[in-house]
Ligand binder design. Structure first.
Ligand SMILES: [Mg+2]
Length: 269
């Protein structure tokens, strides 16, 4: 049933709920990455987090004991910069609602930035924990004038120690309410972020597996681009979904179990 595991040549890993939750590293996560390195299976950390640049995100992963080079991180901010560079090669002026990482990657990609909605030619929105009414207003003026409207990721909430806090998707919802214009989303479950990760691995989708904890983003997004999918029950999903077209190819309680499954499939090869 899991014979397809033998065909896997690369791995995409969601981070929150798969490798750690808050400051807590999930048991089996470090061992699984050591296993991938030992088998020389290339892997990419694939995150909808738009607040950090790939450099800073890799440093955060290393601080938690995970092997991470900058090029092994694909976040929704970088995927957005990559997408815009192809879609808008003339580098129009961008108004950002978002944090430092999003500013850094768009600046690095050569886009001039502005806080003024009258000057903005494109609007890009991610999680911004310093959101103000003025920022929402400037973005609204630009979108209502016809500036293309992009969202790094659709997550309406994210988990904190005190409960769920508003995510980038909640800011997108506010702007959609003010403009009647839905954003184009770049992060999971939409294809652009997966395409960038596959390009980075240099592998066709049928040889790559996505490992995630959230059905509606990790699993559905990966299926949409033809990847194999593994759901781990260490994050937001705590029980296996019923079988069906949207079900993952494999459900495991944790990454220890996935490592065992891969070893078994290779031995029985
Ligand atoms: Mg997750």
């Amino acid at each position: 049933m899991t014979e397809w595991l033998r065909e896997i040549r690369g791995v995409l890993l969601d981070v929150d709920g798969v490798l750690y939750r808050g400051n807590h590293v999930i048991p089996g996560a470090r061992e699984f990455l050591a296993f991938l390195e030992g088998r020389e299976l290339p892997f990419i950390y694939l995150t909808n987090n738009s607040t950090l640049s790939p450099e800073d995100y890799a440093a955060r992963l290393r601080a938690k004991g995970f092997p991470a080079q900058t090029e092994q991180v694909v976040g929704s901010a970088e995927a957005t910069a990559h997408f815009l560079a192809h879609k808008h090669p003339s580098r129009p002026r961008v108004l950002i609602i978002g944090e430092k990482g999003l500013h850094q990657v768009l600046d690095k990609a050569g886009f001039p930035l502005t806080d003024n909605g009258d000057e903005a030619e494109v609007v890009v929105v991610g999680l911004d924990r310093h959101l103000t009414y003025a920022k929402l207003a400037e973005a609204t003026y630009a979108i209502r004038r016809g500036a293309p409207f992009y969202g790094t990721n659709p997550d309406r909430t994210f988990p904190t120690e005190r409960g769920f806090a508003p995510g980038g998707g909640a800011i997108l919802a506010a702007l959609e309410a003010a403009t009647d214009c839905p954003p184009t989303i770049i992060g999971k479950p939409e294809p652009p972020i997966f395409h960038l990760a596959l390009e980075r691995l240099g592998l066709p989708p049928e040889h790559v597996v996505m490992i995630g904890d959230r059905i509606e983003t990790d699993i559905l997004g990966a299926k949409r681009v033809g990847l194999r999918t593994v759901l781990v029950l260490t994050g937001v999903t705590t029980r296996a979904p019923s079988p069906g077209p949207n079900a993952p190819d494999l459900v495991v309680p944790d990454l220890y179990a996935l490592k065992d499954q891969i070893e078994t499939s290779i031995v029985s090869n």
